[in-house]
Design a binder for this molecule. Structure first.
Ligand code: SF4
Length: 202
């Protein structure tokens, strides 16, 4: 037994938690080349798939999480389709903005994206999952960087102790519902992005 959900005997240890917890499992691509590269571990994709199926087989609640950056975004729609076709037991799919900390910070040249283009890049993946009847959410992305049609999927996901707003956010009508920014982003970066929304959607 190696201490991973890919090991059926290990997964069985958690039977008593069935239904009481939601396991949030990261999946960064629909092919091993992408997922293994992002986590820097050969064989990680196969292990993750085995783990997901072992948990599902035992009746656990599962969320699949992916982080949005330059390595995952080009295939995000294919990942959405893969989740729908191969992991229909998943109860929640979350697309998450990157927190610029640790390895993410040191590898930023490989991960950086243009926030102004994010909305267009994730729109079809969200639309596909939603229309397929899957519960999909967007975490860690400020509302003003999402096109209006995607805002209902956004959650106020950044913990209070990690969260910061830009100076312009004070004039924003949706600040209470917006996750704002990670404190680890620079003030200059936040100020370059924040664009106050002047009224709630009808
Ligand atoms: S202006 Fe600030 S509070 Fe308003 S949506 Fe943008 S980041 Fe959120």
């Amino acid at each position: 037994m190696d201490g991973k959900f890919a090991d059926r005997a290990f997964a069985a240890i958690f039977d008593d938690l069935r239904g009481h917890v939601v396991w949030a499992i990261p999946l960064y691509g629909e092919i091993s080349r992408i997922h293994d590269y992002v986590v820097q571990s050969d064989g990680a994709f196969v292990e993750t798939m085995n783990g997901l199926h072992n948990l599902a087989e035992r009746g656990h609640r599962i969320e699949v999480r992916t982080v949005l950056h330059a390595q995952t975004l080009p295939r995000i729609e294919r990942l959405a389709q893969f989740i729908y076709r191969n992991l229909p037991f998943v109860e929640h799919v979350t697309l998450m903005g990157l927190e610029p900390m640790g390895l993410a910070r040191s590898n930023m040249p490989l991960l950086e994206i243009n926030p102004a283009e994010l909305s267009v890049q994730i729109a079809s993946a969200i639309s596909f999952l939603h229309q397929a009847g899957m519960h999909v959410s967007v975490y860690n992305i400020p509302l003003c960087t999402l096109e209006p049609g995607l805002r209902p999927f956004a959650r106020k996901s950044i913990s209070d102790w990690k969260n910061e707003y830009a100076s312009a956010c004070g004039a924003c009508a949706v600040k209470e519902e917006c996750c704002g920014f990670f404190r680890s982003t620079s003030t200059k970066w936040r100020d370059g992005i924040a664009a106050p929304i002047l009224q709630h959607a009808a």
